[in-house]
Write a protein that binds this ligand. Structure first.
Ligand SMILES: C[S@@+](CC[C@H](N)C(=O)[O-])C[C@H]1O[C@@H](n2cnc3c(N)ncnc32)[C@H](O)[C@@H]1O
Length: 254
């Protein structure tokens, strides 16, 4: 496999997985208050949305069923969603119609977004481009798309969870290291044909800075004590002791 193949491989996988994401999409579109990540931590406990949204141009990179864009639109922002999977976008379009909220949805690769430089004030990704695109491609692209002072917010699996993850997506992370941190970048699971990307914190900070960002915050997600999740890769016992997810906030330098 070559290093360019991840977009086509992930498109095929996500077209196949889209049916499994319909129920979550429907639930999140119907929710007025955002909740985030595998534990559905409410926005009041894990604030991801930028404080000012009214009239701001936003792009959701790897929007899936586009419920994050819907939350942005309801708060006065002007979102655009881009996603690599036409099947995921079909759910998003149906839910737009059912909820009477309309915004552009583009079928494409978040590493090469068909908008001019400095088109947006906000770029956001919850497990979208943030794990399915190569950070050395999508973060420079986010830097190009954002205006000076613009905000980049993204949620991903934590680096620690990736290091402690056995070589399968289906088994939960363990209390031991399974892979080296040095050279952590592209991960291919044996269960399917998808490709994920995760890089160590030092590399992420250096990359963000090279792309014109100042890092403002790294939030390490701690689920509430009674949390549940549908995802098999994590247990509450593990996630109550170590961060299994993290949120990065960075601002484009003026
Ligand atoms: C887990 S969903 C993210 C959406 C939503 N926040 C969620 O958590 O369900 C991941 C999405 O990333 C999309 N994706 C994967 N590779 C992409 C790429 N190169 N460009 C744009 N979207 C991509 C997939 O098609 C999928 O819809």
């Amino acid at each position: 496999m070559n290093s360019e193949d991840h977009v086509a491989r992930n498109r095929e996988e996500w077209d196949g997985w889209a049916a499994d994401y319909v129920a979550t999409g429907e639930r999140n579109w119907a929710q007025d208050q955002p909740s985030w990540g595998v534990w559905d931590v409410p926005e009041s406990e894990l604030p991801l949305l930028p404080s000012e949204l009214e009239g701001r141009d936003a792009i959701e990179l790897g929007c899936g069923t586009a419920y994050v864009s819907a939350w942005l639109a309801r708060r006065g922002a002007r979102p655009v969603g881009i996603d690599n999977s036409e099947a995921q976008l079909a759910t998003a379009r149906r839910l737009q119609g059912e909820h009477g909220i309309d915004f552009p949805l583009i079928h494409g690769n978040a590493e090469q977004v068909p908008f001019p430089d400095a088109s947006f004030d906000i770029a956001i990704s919850e497990y979208g481009a943030s794990i399915w695109c190569d950070p050395y491609r999508w973060i420079p692209e986010a830097g190009r798309l954002l205006r000076p002072g613009g905000e980049l917010v993204f949620l991903v699996n934590s680096v620690l969870a990736m290091l402690c993850s056995p070589d399968t997506e289906e088994a939960p992370v363990e209390e031991r290291l399974h892979r080296p941190q040095f050279d952590l970048h592209r991960i291919e699971w044996p269960d399917d044909d998808s490709v994920e990307f995760h890089i160590p914190h030092g590399e992420m900070i250096a990359l963000l800075r090279r792309c014109g960002f100042e890092v403002e915050e790294l939030l390490e997600v701690r689920p509430p004590a009674d949390s549940t999740t549908r995802y098999p890769w994590i247990t509450l016992e593990w996630a109550r002791q170590w961060p299994c997810e993290e949120v990065w906030r960075a601002r484009k330098r003026s």
